[in-house]
Design a protein. Structure first.
Length: 366
């Protein structure tokens, strides 16, 4: 059994359950996302001398955005009886490579203090959670609410164990990347489409799964063949480099996870005539996209979802879904019947934007 050194008897361990609560950790279905098979790595003891600051064990793992998850703290294989407790502090940050460049504080994290009661939540900002006094074979679990944004979360556990009248203080740190792995950038130099919509806060917004990017390229090529005189399609938000929710107002107030997993894109409406829009809808639906007319204030676009990828993520228990918003903000263009208000909304374009959106910025190097 590994130990820190001769003065620290028991190896503390932390298990991150990255799947939905009540289910064992699991990876995505093959070919969708490149997650580690068990979502966790084994704890590794780090060299430490008595009195030296710093964590004694570090565990690195991944969790997908929007999933419920929890930290389990326990001691491995103690040979005799004793009592212990733990103080847990959780911190987070948003690396620039994740895709958010707000320059402000990271999103606030919350947990369930009275689990399994989910009606009460509490903030983890500047908070230390204290466990009760436990026996040597008991586990302390901290249940977090969903983390929708791509970010890095670090949980610090400070153990106090009392054995044979001697007090030990081993510690552990866990770095968790909340991200959608396996996303790739949409090439920005293809004449068949226009990447658009990048902003200072989210400059790299055209990341997607391999199959979704291929489907968008096929869509642009088929559109060129079927409507050679029309303008190229304009692709807005797909996903950020690490996926996760996109907060449109740069205030950590996203409404949904529609762009969290690299399987959906915003397609511009403004550069087409009514007849061209009708033809584009028919083409997108025929190529396996779900197509929804999205109206946000005076702006409109098509929100298109790769339905095959959506079905595969759902089958793998990912929290992937399309939420159509409130008050009829979205109309299902593939299901809209001719002559209905829904079909008219999909084919029409309301108040024009002042100008086309900015082109995407160069993709950052890994």
């Amino acid at each position: 059994m590994p130990t820190y050194d001769r003065n620290l008897k028991y190896l503390p361990a932390l298990l991150l359950a990255a799947a939905a609560l009540g289910l064992p950790p699991r990876a995505a279905a093959a070919g969708i996302m490149d997650l580690d098979a068990a979502n966790t790595l084994n704890p590794v003891a780090a060299p430490r001398t008595e009195g030296k600051a710093g964590p004694e064990v570090s565990v690195h793992s991944s969790s997908r955005p929007g999933a419920l998850w929890h930290f389990d703290f326990f001691l491995t294989d103690p040979p005799n009886k004793f009592n212990w407790r733990i103080d847990v502090h959780v911190a987070n940050k948003v690396p620039q490579e994740a895709g958010h460049r707000h320059g402000d504080s990271p999103p606030e994290l919350f947990y369930y203090p009275d689990w399994p009661d989910r009606t009460k939540v509490a903030s983890l900002r500047n908070v230390t959670v204290h466990s009760p006094v436990l026996d040597q074979d008991q586990t302390f679990t901290l249940y977090l609410t969903t983390a929708s944004y791509a970010q890095q979360i670090t949980a610090y556990g400070y153990y106090t164990t009392i054995d044979a009248g001697v007090t030990f203080h081993p510690t552990i740190a866990n770095d968790v990347e909340i991200r959608t792995r396996g996303l790739e950038p949409l090439p920005g130099n293809d004449a068949l489409y226009r990447p658009a919509g990048g902003s200072a806060a989210h400059p790299y917004n055209h990341y997607g799964t391999t199959t979704t990017l291929a489907a968008l390229k096929d869509l642009a090529a088929e559109w060129k063949k079927s409507s050679p005189g029309a303008q190229a399609p304009e692709y807005g938000n797909i996903s950020l480099p690490w996926g996760g929710a996109i907060d449109a107002d740069n205030a950590w107030k996203a409404q949904d996870l529609n762009h969290a997993f690299g399987i959906a894109a915003d397609v511009g409406k403004r550069n087409f005539s009514g007849g061209e829009r009708a033809a584009l809808i028919k083409l997108m639906c025929g190529l396996g996209f779900g197509v929804y007319n999205a109206k946000e204030g005076a702006k409109e676009h098509y929100h298109v979802v790769n339905l095959k990828e959506l079905a595969r993520l759902r089958a793998a228990n990912w929290p992937a879904d399309f939420k159509a918003g409130a008050d009829g903000a979205y109309a299902d263009c593939c299901a809209a019947k001719p002559g209905t208000p829904e079909q008219q909304r999909c084919a029409d374009y309301g108040e024009k934007d002042a100008a086309p959106g900015p082109a995407a910025r160069p993709v950052p190097k890994p």
